[in-house]
Design a binder for this molecule. Structure first.
Ligand code: CTP
Ligand code: MG
Length: 223
């Protein structure tokens, strides 16, 4: 394996409702983070995994993941971007391809991890998995009155893992300003082209209670 994967897992999970940090919430009896890391470790290209855990849960996360896969665990930051930066700083010399993957995308198939890594290996400096947007999209004003309809054929919903040449991700984080919600956004600001590959519906980000219920259903064989 020539790939390191960074797993930001330090978020609270406010939108999921009251409870433990989201990465430690249970899905079919196991924490979301365990599901995510197990699938990453199943991808043949993956050599190194670095998890950014909630500060108060670093030791607990180390113990939780020890039987799942060899991983490094570092304390995360206040924003996702800071958590990714902390994990990036902990990657040892060696891997020249780095993937960044949300712990919240717990059911992401290993095949998607391989597809993103393969596109970087084939020469793309930055690669993101995307899906077409299915709903009609409206732009609205502060009073929720419609300003117009956006051409959805040119829009994509973006997932993780996002893949980068190590040098590209490192430069983008070194130059980063205000926190963004994905790493490709930082790379775009550097003027580096970002390429898309087909995403997976299983890579949904578990964000709200409905998503957790859907993931339970998928794991139970209902999808
Ligand atoms: N994340 C992180 N550090 C933060 C915030 C988020 O590592 N300070 C991680 C989350 O753990 C998650 C991923 O980034 O795996 C995507 O974030 P999101 O889905 O927004 O998770 P949360 O921030 O935990 O959820 P919420 O925004 O509802 O609180
Ligand atoms: Mg968040």
């Amino acid at each position: 394996g020539d790939v390191a994967v960074l797993v930001p897992a330090a978020g609270a999970g406010v939108r999921l409702g009251p409870g433990r940090p989201k990465a430690l919430r249970l899905l079919a009896g196991e924490p979301l983070l365990v599901h995510a890391v197990r699938r990453l470790a199943e991808a043949r290209s993956v050599h190194t995994i670095v998890v950014a855990a909630p500060v108060a849960e670093v030791d607990a996360v180390r113990e939780l993941l020890a039987p799942v896969a060899p991983v490094s665990v570092v304390p995360g930051g206040a924003e996702r971007q800071a958590s990714v930066a902390a994990a990036l700083a902990a990657v040892p010399a060696g891997p020249e391809i780095i993937l960044v993957h949300d712990a919240a995308r717990a059911l992401t198939p290993p095949s998607l991890v391989e597809a993103v890594a393969a596109a970087v290996r084939a020469g793309r400096p930055a690669v993101i998995p995307v899906l077409p947007v299915v709903d009609t999209i409206k732009e609205v004003d502060a009073g929720e009155v419609v300003l117009g309809t956006v051409d959805r054929s040119a829009l994509r919903a973006v997932q993780t893992p996002q893949g980068f040449l190590r040098s590209v991700l490192t430069s983008a984080h070194a130059a980063a300003g205000d926190p963004l919600t994905d790493d490709a956004g930082l790379v775009e600001k550097q003027g580096v082209p970002v390429s898309c590959v087909s995403g997976s519906e299983y890579a949904l980000k578990i964000t709200r209670p409905f998503d957790l219920a859907l993931a339970e259903h998928l794991l139970a064989g209902g999808g």
